[in-house]
Design a protein around this ligand. Structure first.
Ligand code: AGP
Length: 610
């Protein structure tokens, strides 16, 4: 949450910083600000709301300053306002900082500093950093930043600049992202690579508690104590176009249409010529796989739903007991986990605070931890024993779509792999599933190219005034119903519940009245007949049914007001297709309600706070 960027070079940096912020806007859009060193002082600009508001006032920040820092905020401490917008400065106006994360002991630090005479102008936790640096400064910004870091608790990344050292940015991280971009005669620091991807692809990922001093010609990394640390640059091969809308009206719509590629890329090179699954990088030996006793999946939000798909697949194919839990609950339980447990931590960003905490707990208890993530170099990859990368490419829409599908693909591959290695699945069964998996990207591409979005839009348009939706599914389609409901909540703001269809009669059926829209995931499955009974039950209470069904199913035509047909596949792979009309439905309901689909209220793409 929150995006930060810093630039030091020879070019006037106002527009460079603003363009960088644009690429980070998915991380938060409650307020924004820029601070540039010019003529021996800071020029500061703050604005409330998203970056359009900052852009409208950019000309107020004139000058030729070539060093600066900028921030786009997702509010934690203090409501969105000019006062609470970053960058923050100290009492003397000599230091400015931007911070992503949370300073957990900020109240005690703040009261200490106030007793010493420091005056605060915001309600944020971040402002203490500027005052800590002011207090610690003895002629070296690097040392003052390190000293402030020693006194701070929590998880955060911050960048600082000082008018007395006008050619330097100092940055440091603790459990939240920081990446350095290496240019020619200029350098960058940022929360994420897209911030400077148009300028350079050479990056360095500093580790926690390493102090990074960046000038236009150098990047020096030292430990807190001052010992030199050597970190080699890496080249990122990200496609810059991925950070643009490429003709689509929103990132979310573009990303829905990129799902066939995300699936194909996540599958690529993971199926051998004999049809068996090849997964490298899990850090699990054959013996360790064979002696596994249980799987614990931890994740949040959409990633949790991908974990639920993983449960159905792992139980069926690998015959292992699987627990799936939202990370924020898991981390505060006393879970029964230890050697012999495989902990799968699913996180597209690899930075979600609760998921990282759950991983640490599992690791300390002796479990083997595998991160399933989309981001190379993310914190989850550093804390896990092994990594399974999804390859969805950059996702900017706050509501996850293509990363979900890639996670589901990763879960299915992992379940097949564990089943195959533990001898529960015969080679011909694995081959049957992997052949079918290979067909899916093409099926989905055809589905999208043949006008699926337009058909869903027509139905969605009629539902912009609905007051409530209910989503139902059974078995492996239950996570699909949950994910469809989450998408509706996130972007359309229409209250939506999701339930196991068989559970309806135990309470939620009381919600239904004449015309209540009920979305049912009714693709082919072993529980199809049971589900149809549940559809009859909701119909009998007056519900208006919108079904997702397998192509060619005519049995539902008398029961459903609307049917979104998806290509036929094996039921275990069906979430890869059946979730797509639900994503599109949520998208078009939100669009026709006039909501900002890519920037849903109160949300941020990466949740680095507890
Ligand atoms: C998905 O649409 C949401 N934005 C959110 O639920 C997200 O999936 C969750 O915050 C987890 O994020 P992660 O995958 O980066 O850990």
């Amino acid at each position: 949450m929150c995006g930060i960027i810093g630039y030091v070079g020879t070019r006037p940096c106002r527009d460079i910083l603003f363009r960088g912020l644009r690429k980070l806007e998915y991380r938060g859009y409650d307020s924004a600000g820029i601070s540039i060193i010019d003529g021996g002082r800071f020029k500061l600009l703050h604005s409330v709301g998203n970056l359009d508001n900052l852009e409208a006032r950019l000309s107020e920040l004139d000058g030729e300053g070539t060093v600066g820092i900028a921030h786009t905020r997702w509010a934690t401490h203090g409501r969105p306002s000019n006062e609470n917008a970053h960058p923050h400065t100290d009492c003397s106006g000599r230091f400015a900082i931007v911070l992503n994360g949370i300073v957990e002991n900020y109240l005690s630090l703040r009261s200490q500093l106030q007793q010493e005479g420091h005056e605060f102008t915001s309600e944020t936790d971040a402002e203490v950093v500027a005052h800590l640096i002011e207090r610690a400064y003895r002629g070296s910004l690097r040392d003052a930043v390190a000293e402030a870091f020693r006194q701070m608790e929590g998880h955060f990344t911050y960048c600082a600049v000082a008018v007395e050292e006008p050619e330097v940015i100092v940055a440091v991280r603790k459990e939240t992202p920081l990446v350095v971009g290496l240019g020619e005669g200029e350098n960058y620091v940022a929360s994420a690579i897209p911030a400077f991807l148009s300028e350079t692809r050479r990056v360095i990922f500093p580790e926690d508690a390493e102090v990074v001093v960046v000038t236009r010609d150098s990047v020096e990394i030292t430990s807190l104590a001052g010992d030199t640390v050597s970190r080699s640059p890496q080249i990122v091969d990200w496609d810059e176009e991925a950070a643009e809308k490429a003709g689509y009206e929103t990132f979310m719509l573009k990303e829905i249409h990129e799902q066939p590629v995300a699936l194909a890329d996540t599958l690529a090179e993971r199926v051998g010529p004999d049809g068996r699954v090849i997964l490298e990088g899990l850090g699990l030996s054959f013996e360790a796989l064979r002696s596994l006793r249980q799987v614990n999946i931890v994740a949040c939000g959409t990633s949790y739903h991908a974990g639920l798909v993983g449960k159905y697949a792992l139980e069926r194919w690998a015959r292992l007991p699987v627990e799936v839990e939202v990370a924020s609950e898991f981390r505060y339980r006393d879970p029964v986990i230890g050697p012999g447990s495989l902990c799968l931590a699913i996180s597209q960003s690899g930075e979600t605070a609760d998921t990282l905490a759950a991983m640490r707990l599992a690791r300390e208890a002796g479990a083997h931890v595998v991160a399933v993530t989309n981001i190379v170099g993310s914190q989850a990859t550093r804390e896990a024993h092994g990594v399974l990368f999804t390859r969805a490419g950059l996702e900017i829409g706050v509501a996850a779509t293509k990363t979900f599908l890639a996670q589901v693909m990763a879960m299915l591959l992992l379940a097949l792999y564990v089943g195959q290695e533990r001898g529960h699945l015969a080679t011909e069964d694995v081959r049957g599933f992997t052949e079918e998996l290979r067909r899916i990207p093409g099926l989905l591409r055809d589905y999208l190219e043949e006008g699926a979005a337009g058909r869903v839009e027509q139905v969605a348009r009629r539902h912009t005034n609905s007051r409530f939706f209910l989503c139902l599914g059974r078995n492996i389609s239950l996570p699909v119903a949950l994910e469809g409901a989450l998408k509706l909540k996130e972007i359309s703001y229409i209250p939506t519940d999701a339930y196991a269809a068989g559970e309806m009669k135990h309470g939620p059926i009381a919600l239904l009245e004449e015309g209540s829209p009920v979305l049912v995931v009714a693709t082919d499955s072993c529980v199809y007949d049971k589900l149809i009974s549940n559809v009859q039950e909701v119909k009998a209470r007056g519900a208006s049914v919108i079904a997702v069904a397998s192509e060619g199913n005519v049995g539902l035509t008398d029961m459903a007001e609307e049917i979104f047909y998806v290509p036929r596949t094996h039921e275990m792979l069906s979430p890869l297709l059946s979730v797509v009309p639900l994503q599109l439905f949520a998208y078009y309901v939100a669009k026709h309600k006039g909501e900002k689909v890519d920037q849903p209220r109160n949300l941020a793409k990466t949740v680095t706070v507890e």
